[in-house]
Design a protein around this ligand. Structure first.
Ligand SMILES: Nc1ncnc2c1ncn2[C@@H]1O[C@H](COP(=O)(O)OP(=O)(O)OP(=O)(O)O)[C@@H](O)[C@H]1O
Length: 299
C-alpha cells in the first residue's frame, strides 16, 4: 500500500530565506505523525505545501501515491489555523455552512458533533464556547467528510490545561479509529504523548525521523542494583554488549547495545551466580534526545 504522504527533497525559499531545505519523509497509514521543531523551523511551511496552499521551490510530494487533486483532497481534513466560525450562530448552524462548502449532507452533523463531545451543545452559540470547545468544533468541521487523514497545525496552541487534555484525548481516539494524523507541534511533551512517529525539523533541515519509540530508545540507561559482589559484576561487563556509565556502591549504570534487553542482562548476571535486586530502565526523554539532535546546549 502506498504511504499516506510521501515528501521528496522538498525545499522552499521565501526571498533569501531558505525555510525548507531538501526535506524528505514518509507518513504511513494509521500513524500519528508529529512534525516537531522550534518556532521558524518550517513546520507550517511543510503543511502549507502538502495542502496545496503554498508552492514548493523544488521537490515533490504524493498523497496516497498520487499527485494532489480534487479526489485526494477529499480524503484529507485539515485545520491550518483556527477556522472563522460565525460567533452568533450555533455549533450546528456553523457546521451546516461548512457541510455546504464541502458538499456533504447535513445528516452527518449530529454524529460528528457527538464524536467531538459537543452534541449536547449543538444549539449553543459559538461565541460562548471555551477555546477547547472551539478547537473541538474545528475538528468536527475537519471530520465532516470522513477523511482518511487529518492535518493539524499546533492543535493545542493557546488552550488551557483542560482544553489541551481534551483535544489530545480526542486526537488519540480519532487515531484509534484508524485515521492517519499529521500534526505540527513545538511541544516535545505533546509529541511524546500523542504521536507514534516524529520528524524533527530545525531551520528547515530534517534532523531526525522515525518512530517515537525508536528515537526514545536511543541510549536508554539501565540502572542495576547488586547486593552481592560488585567486583565480579564489573569483571563480567566486558563480556556483554553494554557500556558502563557510572559506578556507585551496590549500583551500576549501563547503556545497552541495540537488541540486548534488560532481561538479557538479568539472565547474563544470573548465569554467573550474580543476582540483581533491581533493574530500572531510565528512558532518555524526547527532550534530551531533541536537544542532542538539534545540538542545543542541555539545560
Ligand atoms: N510568508 C513568508 N515570508 C517570508 N518568510 C517566511 C514566510 N513564512 C515563513 N517564513 C519564514 O520561513 C521560516 C519557516 O517558517 P514556518 O512558519 O514554516 O515555521 P514553523 O516551524 O511553522 O514556525 P512557527 O511554529 O513559529 O509557526 C521562518 O524563518 C519564517 O520566518
Amino acid at each position: 500500500m502506498a504511504p499516506v504522504l510521501q515528501i521528496n527533497n522538498l525545499s522552499k525559499k521565501y526571498g533569501s530565506v531558505l525555510a525548507l531545505n531538501q526535506v524528505s519523509l514518509t507518513v504511513e497509514a494509521s500513524s500519528v505523525y508529529g512534525l516537531l521543531g522550534p518556532n521558524g523551523s518550517g513546520k507550517t511551511t511543510t503543511l502549507g505545501i502538502v495542502l496545496d496552499v503554498l508552492h514548493a521551490t523544488s521537490g515533490t510530494f504524493t498523497w496516497f501515491g498520487e499527485k494532489i487533486s480534487h479526489s485526494t483532497k477529499r480524503r484529507i481534513g485539515a485545520i491550518l489555523e483556527t477556522p472563522n466560525f460565525y460567533p452568533y450562530l450555533s455549533a450546528y448552524q456553523n457546521l451546516q455552512i461548512t457541510a455546504d462548502i464541502k458538499n456533504v449532507s447535513h445528516q452527518v452533523i449530529p454524529a460528528v458533533l457527538d464524536r467531538v463531545g459537543l452534541l449536547n451543545r449543538k444549539d449553543s452559540a459559538f461565541k460562548g464556547f471555551s477555546l477547547g470547545m472551539k478547537q473541538r468544533l474545528a475538528l468536527a468541521a475537519a471530520l465532516l467528510n470522513n477523511p482518511d487523514v487529518l492535518v493539524l497545525d499546533e492543535p493545542t496552541n493557546g488552550l488551557d490545561p483542560q482544553g489541551i487534555a481534551e483535544v489530545r484525548e480526542l486526537i488519540k481516539q480519532i487515531a484509534g479509529e484508524g485515521k492517519t494524523i499529521i500534526m505540527a507541534s513545538h511541544l516535545l511533551d505533546e509529541v511524546e504523548k500523542v504521536c507514534t512517529h516524529v520528524a524533527v525539523l530545525q531551520t528547515g533541515i530534517l534532523r531526525a525521523s522515525g518512530s517515537v519509540s525508536s528515537i526514545l530508545a536511543k541510549d536508554d540507561q539501565v540502572i542495576i542494583s547488586l547486593p552481592g559482589d560488585q567486583q565480579a559484576a564489573l569483571a563480567l561487563l566486558p563480556q556483554l554488549p553494554v557500556t558502563l556509565v557510572k559506578t556507585e556502591p551496590h549500583q551500576l549504570t549501563l547503556t545497552l547495545q541495540p537488541g540486548f534487553t534488560s532481561s538479557d542482562l538479568n539472565q547474563a548476571f544470573f548465569a554467573q551466580g550474580l543476582v540483581l535486586s533491581q533493574i530500572t530502565v531510565k528512558k532518555k526523554s524526547l527532550e534530551s534526545q531533541f536537544l542532542q539532535i538539534t545540538n542545543y546546549p542541555a539545560p
